[in-house]
Design a protein around this ligand. Structure first.
Ligand code: ATP
Length: 876
């Protein structure tokens, strides 16, 4: 490379005047330079002072950046530049040139000003472009002088001339002399500029901070940040992202793409998305105490696939800056700014202001949200306190959840009384319509507290949030169903009263706050507990009414007997058998015609048994419709059959630890017989429609007026059941076979009905007694009782002297028929035997046969002799 002349190399030794002039110029320049504060002043000074004296075109000051070993123009003398119309001129603005090339190295190596003929250097390999541009603009020579600060080069002053060889020694010497002052002027300018910038930054930050201090809403924040960015002469876009409640994702909070036009689809996608924090970019920003500058292409090349990065690439963003926003030690989010240059302190200042504003807004939002939630819960609680029935609750829940919280109720299940199974309590059958499943049917599936997800919910403190997408991935079978609602989460929450789990509630929503969840659960729990208690209360009330009716009915009859009347041998046998069996648990079968006192005997056995403290329970198998017998005996669950509105205990359960009296057992339908047999064998039962087995301890007494053996033969009664029942049979004699018991029974019933009706009957005439004794009583004791009851009502003057015996009974017809076929003697003989029988063989005296027959005792004796009547006849 051919260098131009060094200082002093050209021309002769300067003349005295030249030296003086030079000194003067130097002095003036030096004086002026000390006053220079602004870079414009400096270049103006140069133009003014030097141009008039020396033939130069223009000057430029370039500054070195040692960090990246480059230099570039700092001050231009644009006005005087002869190359300003050159097409390449504008390109030189802001351009940096390397220090690592021979041309500039030679400048740096030179001790003082050094000049170059452009033509010689401009096309050398690596020569800076400005040389050629200047040449093409008519410049021929350049004089470059290093500017030093504490011996270290800080830049150059380049003087240009449109003619070669114009830089005289004098001029070089001036430049050499002026260089130190120029250096310090430049340093001052830089410092000044820095100071001014700092001042500007300060006032900017101050302004920004007072602006942002008034920010209360997201919109105000957006406006304030935009203004600030604009003031920094950045029309760039930015996004403030906030960390979501899940702490694992971030979503755009304030979003402003600047002035550029963008594809609206991309913009929408960017605005709505939420991004995982750990995407290799956001996490880096959050972890970094200083702002980070990223290059979109480079990050993508590094393998990052964050969707927003790809969108930014598509939108033409090149570089962006990421800076975290935090409140104290807590990260709130970050700011991404589309920017080329980075002024770290300024940005940090801006961001700390944004952070404060963001924290304030968030706190504000939280407060107003809390207030809203509290107001909501208050309303909800008001609504729910009115709730008494399931329908009320459903209305309250659906209105509030759906309309106010955009939340759907999927299902409420309550834990059954067994503490294990769970029954659907309430659900929205339309919720999973899109899944094309019959939710109503599905909800009927048996669920227990051990079911996987239910157990998880019941064990949780405040419920479980199932993110539907994640559940899908983990193979949760319900997630497919949940997904069809289009909502993001499924919430399973325990319903509790105190510490007791009473059920679960399942809801679907995008987001629900913990406060709301807790509130809703507590309220619904109480409401459900109330409803259940209410239902139970009603059921109990009903049950009590039924039991009460039943007991009343029982009490009516239970104290009906104070004793069993009758001393006939056949009755004595009955008493013996009763006393033998009463103490045990043995099943007793009481046989006998209708009205012979079978129930009376059954009660007497019960009352003589260890179970006497509990009421005997009676079922009349003939009085029940066939389809209700089973439910009557074994009870039923709610909904077991049409009309089973409530749960009902069966007579077996009612008779637990007592005696169950199965009256008219012969009338029991076959189907019920087999069920009865099972219960007798196993001593346990299941309610109709129930799943639980219930153990019972019941003593059985059955009664029938049928001949069960014949019923078995005819296939109407199960043989096995017969054998089970016929463990200890007691047969009651018909009344007609124990005529002697008739009179005591008459007195017994007269006393009872006198008392009941308030009519005091003092006497029953012998005629009446005789009439009754001679009657056959097909209805046995019950018939006698009814006859007396009626007669008591009809009696006058306290004397029962008439009974209304039915005339046309079959027995009478039979007797009449027999009588018609007999001789008079035979009739007389039969009649006397009969009367004797009824008078227990007593012939004369009061109540004797002679009195009844209204003949003297002697006459009767002789008649008996004549007719051959012996004791054997009337005592048989
Ligand atoms: N020995 C008795 N002493 C007093 N009262 C009796 C006697 N036998 C029966 N009765 C009365 O006669 C009525 C009918 O008796 P009960 O109902 O026990 O007969 P039953 O054999 O069970 O009749 P059914 O076969 O029609 O059910 C009852 O009012 C009962 O109190």
């Amino acid at each position: 490379m051919k260098k131009a002349n060094l200082p002093g190399a050209e021309g002769a030794v300067p003349s005295k005047t030249a030296l003086e002039q030079e000194r003067k110029i130097l002095l003036d320049l030096g004086n002026d330079l000390t006053r220079v504060r602004d870079k414009n002043d400096l270049i103006a000074l140069f133009s003014k002072r030097l141009k008039s004296l020396y033939s130069i075109t223009h000057a430029i000051i370039a500054l070195i950046d040692h960090k990246d070993e480059t230099y570039g123009a700092f001050l231009y003398d644009i006005e005087n530049s002869p190359i300003k119309s050159h097409p390449g001129y504008k390109l030189l603005f802001g351009q940096r040139f390397t220090l690592n090339e021979p041309f500039i190295k030679s400048v740096l190596a030179a001790d003082g000003p050094i000049s170059f003929i452009l033509e010689e250097v401009m096309d050398q390999p690596q020569s800076p472009a400005f040389l050629r541009v200047n040449y093409e603009g008519g410049i021929r020579e350049i004089l470059m002088t290093k500017l030093l600060n504490a011996e270290k080069p800080i830049g150059f002053i380049n003087i240009y001339s449109d003619k070669a060889g114009r830089f005289t020694n004098e001029f070089r010497s001036i430049m050499n002399g002026i260089a130190p002052q120029l250096s310090s002027a430049v340093t001052n300018i830089i410092k000044n500029e820095e100071l001014r910038n700092k001042e500007k930054e300060k006032s900017f930050l101050l302004e920004f901070s007072s602006d942002i201090a008034t920010v209360r809403t997201k919109e105000e924040l957006a406006r304030s940040v935009r203004t600030a960015i604009n003031k920094l002469n950045q029309k760039s876009g930015y996004v403030i992202r906030r960390i979501n409640e899940d702490k694992t994702t971030m979503s755009p909070y304030v979003f402003d793409l600047g002035l550029k036009e963008h594809d609206q689809n991309i913009v929408n996608a960017l605005q709505k998305a939420s991004y995982p924090i750990n995407d290799g970019l956001q996490n880096r920003v959050l972890e970094s105490p200083i702002p980070l500058l990223f290059n979109v292409e480079r990050e993508i090349q590094r393998g990052l696939t964050a969707p927003y990065l790809l969108n930014w690439q598509a939108m033409g963003f090149k570089n962006f800056l990421g800076i975290r926003l935090r409140n104290g030690e807590t990260n709130l989010g970050l700011l991404f700014l589309d920017i080329e240059e980075i002024n770290v302190p300024l940005l940090q200042g801006i961001c700390s202001q944004i952070s404060i504003a963001l924290a304030n807004i968030m706190a504000n939002e939280q407060i107003s949200k809390k207030q809203e939630e509290q107001a909501f819960l208050l309303n909800f609680s008001n609504d729910i306190t009115q709730v008494r029935t399931k329908n009320d609750l459903q209305a309250a829940i659906v209105t509030v959840l759906d309309k106010t919280l955009h939340t759907k109720l999927a299902m409420i299940r309550v834990i059954d009384e067994d503490g294990f199974h769970m029954s659907p309590f309430m659900f929205d059958k339309t919720l999973f319509e899109k899944a094309k499943v019959d939710f109503e049917k599905m909800s009927a599936n048996v669920i227990t507290i051990e079911e996987k997800y239910t157990a998880q919910v019941l064990a949780s403190e405040e419920g479980v949030v199932f993110n539907i997408e994640e559940e899908l991935k983990s193979g949760n079978a319900y997630a497919q169903l949940w997904k069809t609602t289009g909502l993001r989460n499924s919430y399973g929450l325990p319903l509790r009263v105190g510490n007791k789990n009473i059920g679960t509630i399942w809801m679907q929503a995008d987001r629900l706050s913990p406060l709301i969840l807790r509130g809703i659960c507590a309220q619904i729990s109480i409401a459900i507990a109330n409803i259940l208690a209410n239902e139970k209360l009603l059921a109990y009330k009903k049950q009590l009414e039924v039991e009460n009716d039943y007991l009343k009915e029982q009490i009516k009859t239970i104290y009906n007997f104070s004793e069993i009347i009758g001393n006939a041998d056949t009755m004595q046998k009955v008493y013996r058998l009763m006393s033998l069996v009463a103490e045990s648990n043995t099943t007793v079968l009481v046989l006998g015609e209708t009205g012979t006192g079978k129930e009376l005997i059954a009660r007497a056995i019960h009352n003589a048994s260890p179970r006497r403290d509990k009421l005997m329970v009676k079922v009349n198998c003939a009085a029940l419709p066939a389809n209700l017998i089973e439910s009557e005996l074994f009870g039923h669950e709610r909904g077991a059959f049409t009309g089973a509105i409530d749960r009902r205990l069966g007579k077996f359960e009612l008779a637990n630890q007592s005696t169950l009296f199965l009256d008219e057992i012969g009338e029991l339908p076959l189907e019920a017989q087999s069920k009865l047999l099972r219960v007798i064998q196993e001593r346990e039962l299941e309610r109709l429609g129930g799943k639980q087995t219930i153990k019972v301890d019941v003593r059985l007494i059955a009664a029938t007026n049928r001949n069960l053996e014949e019923e078995v033969k005819a296939g109407r009664f199960r043989a096995d059941l017969y054998y089970r029942l016929n463990v200890f049979p007691i047969t009651l004699p018909p009344l007609r076979e124990r005529a002697d018991d008739i009179e005591p029974l008459i007195h017994f019933f007269v006393a009872r009905y006198s008392k009941n009706t308030g009519r005091r009957i003092k006497k029953v005439t012998p005629k009446v007694i005789q009439q009754l004794r001679s009657y056959v009583f097909p209805g046995n004791v019950r018939e006698l009782e009814h006859l007396i009851e009626r007669s008591v009502l009809l009696a006058t003057d306290g004397v029962l002297d008439e009974v209304y015996i039915p005339r046309e009974t079959n027995a009478e017809k039979h007797e009449q028929a027999y009588a018609l076929n007999r001789s008079l003697g035979q009739v007389e003989r039969d009649y006397i035997i009969d009367v004797l029988k009824r008078c227990a063989g007593k012939i004369s005296g009061s109540g004797g046969a002679a009195e009844i027959l209204d003949i003297p005792g002697n006459t009767l004796h002789s008649k008996m002799k004549k007719l051959g009547i012996t004791k054997a006849d009337y005592f048989s």
